[in-house]
Design a protein around this ligand. Sequence first.
Ligand SMILES: N[C@@H](CCC(=O)N[C@@H](CS)C(=O)NCC(=O)O)C(=O)O
Length: 215
Amino acid sequence: MIVLHDFHRSSASFRIRIALKLKGIDYRAVVHDLDAGAHRSPQYLEINRQGLLPALEIGEQVLTQSAAILEHLDATYPDPPLLPNTTRGRARVRALFQMIASDTHPLTGMRVARYLKGSLGCDDATVGRWKRHWITETFTVLETMLAADPATGQFCHGDRPSLADIALVPQVVSARAAGVALEPFPSISRIFERCMHIEAFRSAHPDSCAIPTHA
Ligand SMILES: N[C@@H](CCC(=O)N[C@@H](CS)C(=O)NCC(=O)O)C(=O)O
């Protein structure tokens, strides 16, 4: 059985949920409550030394880092493919993915917010501005790239979902949660809505996941 170490509001875990569901891979979720710091427990650190979600257990193997997990899943479960069949297309999709996963998400994550608040003394309003700034900066460029490129179709690349959409959808959900207005980003909004017509994306959404309850 495949085990996903997961949390509903983890964007990086959301990416893996989408891929598992798109590919019809059966898995069990083990939920670690990020709000309660469960990802820093000694038990979880045995699984992922970085203490970050997600991690994916496949038999004896433990995979970490969502980009690496997605590439592994795509190589071992090739149907449906998450990358285009041309070298140029694969480079474009990976670039779109990295704009979000490498250049945006790490700046707006929980541990960054914790440091801004705890060590640098920022208040909630300042942390909110910080998040909106970085998301808006990426979305402004991404919007232009998606709108201008004939390779964009119903989805970020052509007419089937790819790794680029798998990064985009969780980032849009986080953007909304951070209060980023999406009206200036019509291509991003259109692709998000198109993805939300697909059951795999819908059922991977945080609102569809088990949420830890606190006594
Ligand atoms: N580059 C990593 C990022 C992982 C990451 O930042 N995970 C977040 C949840 S989306 C996390 O575990 N945060 C815990 C924390 O910040 O304390 C990946 O893509 O897997």
